[in-house]
Design a protein around this ligand. Sequence first.
Ligand code: GDP
Ligand code: CA
Length: 327
Amino acid sequence: MTVSPRVVVLAGGVGGSRFVLGVRAALQARGVADTGAALTVVVNTGDDLWLSGVRLQPDVDSLTYALAGVNDAERGWGRRGDSERVNHELQEWGAGWPWFTLGDLDLGTHLARTGWLREGLTPTQVLERMSHRWDLGARLLPMTDAEVDTVVVLPDGTRMHFQEWWTRHRATLAPAAFENPGIQGAAPAPGVLEAIAGADAVLIAPSNPVVSIGPILAVPGMRDALRAALGPVVGVSPIIGGKVVRGMADVCLTAIGVDTSASAVAGLYGARGGAGLLDAWLIGEEDEAAADAVAGLGIRPLVRPLWMTDPDRQAALGEAALAAAEV
Ligand code: GDP
Ligand code: CA
């Protein structure tokens, strides 16, 4: 009988989804029958927002749709085969944001979620309920039940929701800071600390370090839990060959004074042997020269293929991360 490891992944949306699909596939390949019991994903909720009266959870939904196999992989967000009739109508009313598309099927998700929130369910309970529709093969937990939406602060003091900065302005406005108002008073969602404490491995997905993993780590108690975890903490670099693979993580890293390189992101997370989080860090074959710098930080570097461009590569990366954690 296969002994099922307990694995926790910290993840954002699209990069996070690809990695979680890979970890799920790697567990399946190892003969784990119930990956839903073995795999817990702690999801960034910093991207969440209220729009046209409904609560959007972009990273939560990206993960749900990807695990369910109903995501639009080509476009990178939303549901495959979605239409935009309601969105068009909202725009005729001048409601919402003209540059932010809400698909019809996606709106069904947001309406269901908002209804349950209004009935008094917590975000954790709503996500648990939403996870029943499909066989996701993973347990999704929001990082927190508190509303701590990411705000971008510009050098002149202008503040805007992360989604406006990212989608409307395409991250072209140089940010001075990213904030999650209220996060100091937030707590990890129920089950998060227990999952980390009991995990055989904690994996940090190659998600945006600043606006996807950053908010998760900013929830009070999260860093201490990772540092105290019995299992190894293994991260995967979102930077390959000194470049972001997709998205605008370089702008985010620059804003907080971190180079767009595999070793600089390792330095941002830090070594668990020091004041940081990582035991091991997977870097791309293109970044082999950075291995010494990573080792110099007190983090074990592992050079592996990091591209997640198809299911086989995703599964191989998932397996490499599990192996790095020695599970
Ligand atoms: P978002 O929330 O949808 O923006 O997605 P995430 O934050 O989860 O992931 C975005 C990050 O994924 C980007 O910074 C990319 O560098 C990274 N990424 C995307 N595809 C790949 C890949 O194939 N390999 C690796 N290592 N990183 C990737
Ligand atoms: Ca995101």
